[in-house]
Every structure is written in structure tokens, then in C-alpha cells.
Design a protein around this ligand. Structure first.
Ligand SMILES: Nc1ncnc2c1ncn2[C@@H]1O[C@H](COP(=O)(O)OP(=O)(O)OP(=O)(O)O)[C@@H](O)[C@H]1O
Length: 256
């Protein structure tokens, strides 16, 4: 398979509940991401964005449709080789870091699981890569700001050198000024390491800053795909997208 389809999701449908309470929350969603590309899923709360990300990450394997990654169809069971290449960063850095673990331990764990050597060097390197010094090794999460915590969560994902990062609203729990710093960090890391991103957000400005293309979602469906330029220019085809864009356009910074 060519690099054009590093990630290829086809006809993904996800339901929750049983019997009369069964409800489809993701309906026939398809999208592709080239290697090194960044794709966004945007939509209002509850439209199914995180459910898609969780399914791709293997946190919910009960879906229909196919997920091909780097030329191979990913089955229901995700083994270690999959997680050494695909890592997820969650929305809330307060919830995602164990309160009683030193940063050093948080970063050592994935290295041990995936059999990496040179642990101390790798920790120093990844801390530098996310803009933190080696002294952060000996801090607990409660000694860190929200932005620093999210940098550690990104470092934890990055330290095993994945190729695909699944980013679930990685800045929405942060103050606005810190959001920009983390977005710029994600942008730099992607450029430096050739990472591929799938990012979920309800915020068009965030998506337009990071992604080249995005699917606009409503009620579990992708209504239309747009480029970041389309988003900035407010070029939408579907009525819902037009309204959604209009409400957010003022917040989108122009491309530098
Ligand atoms: N494990 C689950 N069991 C039942 N329903 C679920 C489950 N997970 C998600 N849902 C429902 O699926 C729908 C989509 O949720 P999802 O979290 O994917 O939305 P979202 O677009 O990411 O919104 P948000 O930004 O608020 O997280 C919601 O109605 C949610 O209540």
C-alpha cells in the first residue's frame, strides 16, 4: 500500500447498548491519512469523535468496518507491536497521570514494556523534546502545571517512538495561553519526527492550526471533508457545517 493511505478507515460503525436500547453513535465513517499527515475530526460534544479514536486505539474493539494501518488490516486484538507504533494522548492531563508516580517512573514504564534500553538517556531526550529540563524527572504530577502535565503525557506517548498519534482534545482542558504552546509543540514534534496525527476537537481553530484536512461530524456521521484552508475561508457545502463554521470563524488565527 502506498504512503497515501497510512491510515485508512472504511465504513466504521459503532453502537452501544443492547436490545431496544442499542444506539448507533458512529455511522459509516471513512477517512484516510497519508504518512506524516494530520487529519482532524471536528464536531459538537456527543457527535462520536472520541468514540472513533477509542475504537482505533483498541479501547473499544466492538465496531464494524475496517481499519488499515500502514498497509495492514488491524484486527480486534491490538498487540504490543501495534502500541509501539500507535499512541494516544488524552484530553485531561490531570486524570491521565498517576498521582503517586514520579515523572521518571511514568516515562520508564512504556520503555520497559516495549523493551527499550538506554532508559535514562531516552528520558532526558524526551523531556528536552517536550520543552522540559531533566529536573522534571523527580517531580510528581501535583507539582506540575496543567501545561507541564500535558507535556509529560505527550512525552510518555512519544518516548517509544510511535508513528501515529491519536490526539483526543489534547488542549481543551488547558488555559487558552497554554493551549497555544501545546499546539505549537505538537506541530514542531510532527515536523521533526515525521509523525502522523489523528486529532479530535470541538474547536475549529485548533484543528485548522494542526491539521491539513478534517471531517466535520454530526450525529455520528462525517458530513463533509474540508481542508484547513476551506475551514479558514468558511467554504462549506453542508448547511450544518456552514453554521458551525460561522460560529467559530472569528476564533481562527490566519495562517502565518
Ligand atoms: N461506553 C459507552 N456506552 C454508551 N454510550 C456511549 C459510550 N461511549 C460513548 N457513548 C455515547 O456515544 C456518543 C458519542 O460520544 P463521544 O464521546 O464519542 O462524543 P464526542 O463527540 O467525542 O463528544 P465529547 O467531545 O463530549 O467527548 C455520546 O452520546 C455518548 O454518550
Amino acid at each position: 500500500m502506498s504512503d497515501q493511505n497510512f491510515v485508512n478507515v472504511t465504513g466504521m460503525t459503532i453502537s452501544f447498548g443492547t436490545g431496544s436500547k442499542r444506539r448507533q453513535v458512529v455511522r459509516d465513517v471513512s477517512f484516510q491519512i497519508p504518512k506524516g499527515g494530520a487529519y482532524g475530526l471536528i464536531g459538537e460534544s456527543g457527535c462520536g469523535k472520541s468514540t472513533i479514536l477509542r475504537a482505533l486505539a483498541g479501547l473499544n474493539t466492538d465496531f464494524s468496518g475496517t481499519f488499515q494501518f500502514d498497509g495492514e488490516t488491524v484486527g480486534n486484538k491490538r498487540g504490543k507491536p501495534f502500541f509501539s507504533r500507535v499512541q494516544m494522548v488524552f484530553q485531561d492531563p490531570y486524570a491521565s497521570l498517576h498521582p503517586r508516580k514520579l515523572v521518571q517512573d511514568v516515562l520508564t514504564e512504556p520503555l520497559k514494556v516495549h523493551g527499550f534500553d538506554n532508559i535514562h538517556q531516552r528520558i532526558d531526550d524526551v523531556l528536552r523534546a517536550v520543552g522540559l529540563g531533566p529536573q522534571f524527572r523527580f517531580r510528581y504530577p501535583h507539582e506540575l502545571s496543567g501545561g507541564q502535565r500535558q507535556r509529560i503525557a505527550i512525552a510518555r506517548a512519544l518516548i517509544i517512538e510511535p508513528t501515529l498519534m491519536l490526539l483526543d482534545e489534547p488542549t481543551s482542558a488547558l488555559d487558552v495561553s497554554v493551549q497555544a504552546e501545546i499546539l505549537n509543540l505538537l506541530k514542531t514534534l510532527r515536523e521533526e519526527r515525521g509523525l502522523t496525527y489523528l486529532m479530535v476537537s470541538h474547536d475549529l481553530a485548533v484543528i485548522a492550526h494542526i491539521c491539513e484536512r478534517a471531517g466535520i461530524m454530526q450525529h455520528g456521521r462525517v458530513l463533509e471533508e474540508m481542508t484547513a484552508d476551506d475551514i479558514r475561508a468558511g467554504r462549506a457545502t453542508a448547511d450544518y457545517t456552514r453554521t458551525f463554521l460561522q460560529a467559530s470563524l472569528d476564533a481562527i488565527p490566519s495562517q502565518e
